[in-house]
Ligand binder design. Structure first.
Ligand code: ACO
Length: 331
């Protein structure tokens, strides 16, 4: 058995900035409401025709550069997204082609906001068993084409943004620097508290005229329900990771929570009693980018020098499914 660690990280955000004031033009909302309830000031949206694999490609190139690797050194791709370009095939295959990797395996992970944490756990297993040497893990989303940009959709539309983050996972030569543990959970009984119903294989055709009229191809979210569960589940995931590794919250160098909503993060931080300077947040600038949020934040934290070799880093997420979980790393 080997140990696995993150060898490099990268991220890519589309250039177009959409402020809360821009959204005021499209729906009955206000900068004040959005900032107070979510902490978000602005988010990024792609230009027409740009998909998650285009964003993922840029993030992947930066992660490869930071790991000092060429694309040909990647043995396997894991792509986490809830906004795939096609119903099938998955984005991993499309990214593989864009990277010029001929027949390397590619897996798509459909675990929404927890997609990156699940993907990292899968990569860890493949590296530890020696199956693969270098795995590219990408989280990328294009939400902007799937949001209802009017007053009916405002509770969801103001929250999400586009972006991509990536890491390269490989063997650790220094056994101390490694992915320490992963903790993965799901609870399908809450599937319809936060979901996208259509197109659906339950219907023929998969998108009916009625579904179109009713806007059932836009996400549905029971916001208050999600809020409460996100706070409980993320803090408990962090506690589970601490207990497994016999560590205390004081031992954590940096906590990166899925950037769902600043108020959710603040509630988790209060409950864990971790000093805010040891928590990374960038939701103010990018909104909620679901599977991309943790790798984008991790990349920024590394580039800002917030993570140093030997630091304990905890990543925790919660999202649709419900799914949730945490990864604990020694950087
Ligand atoms: N602008 C202005 N008013 C709005 C908006 C908006 N964008 N959206 C909703 N409102 C209105 C509502 O219609 C309601 O009006 P009413 O009182 O006249 O009925 C009022 O604001 C309050 O609505 P609530 O839903 O009670 O507001 P709440 O304080 O719960 O905040 C929010 C809503 C921000 C969605 C909150 O529930 C939340 O953050 N939930 C968590 C959702 C989340 O973070 N999801 C991320 C995706 S999942 C994940 O990544 C984990």
């Amino acid at each position: 058995m080997y140990n696995a660690r993150i060898l490099g990280a990268g991220s890519y955000l589309p250039e177009k900035i959409v402020t809360n004031a821009d959204l005021e033009e499209l729906m009955d909302t206000s900068d004040e409401w959005i900032r107070q309830r979510t902490g978000i000031h602005e988010r990024r949206f792609v230009e027409p025709g740009v998909g998650p694999t285009d964003l993922g490609l840029q993030a992947a190139r930066r992660a490869l550069q930071s790991a000092g690797l060429a694309p040909e050194q990647i043995d396997f791709i894991i792509f986490a997204t809830l906004s795939p370009e096609y119903g099938f095939p998955g984005c991993g295959c499309l990214l593989q082609e864009k990277l010029g990797l001929d027949t390397v395996g590619a897996l798509d992970v459909r675990n929404q906001c927890t997609g990156f944490v699940y993907s990292l756990a899968i990569a860890d297993q493949f590296i530890r068993t020696g199956t693969y040497g270098h795995i590219l893990v990408v989280g990328a989303e294009v939400h902007s084409t799937g949001l209802e940009m009017n007053t009916r959709g405002r509770d969801v539309a103001v929250i999400f943004g586009d972006g991509a983050g990536a890491v390269v996972v490989g063997r650790s030569e220094n056994g101390d620097r490694r992915i320490l543990s992963s903790h993965l959970h799901a609870q399908g009984k809450y599937a319809r508290k936060l979901y996208l119903e259509a197109p659906s294989s339950l219907h023929y055709p998969r998108m009916t005229e009625k579904m179109l009229r009713e806007g059932r191809y836009y996400p549905y979210m029971d916001g208050r329900y999600v809020f409460k569960h996100a706070v409980d589940r993320m803090q408990n995931s962090v506690r589970e990771a601490l207990a497994e590794n016999h560590l205390e919250i004081e031992d954590v160098g940096l906590l990166i929570l899925h950037q769902a909503n600043l108020r959710i993060s603040e509630a988790v931080v209060r409950s864990l009693k971790i000093p805010p300077e040891r928590v990374f947040s960038n939701i103010q600038r990018y909104g909620n980018t679901t599977a991309a949020s943790i790798p984008i934040a991790l990349d920024e934290a590394v580039r800002e020098g917030r993570v140093q070799p030997g630091d304990v880093v905890v990543l925790a997420a919660f999202g649709s499914g419900f799914t949730w979980g945490a990864s604990m790393l020694r950087w």
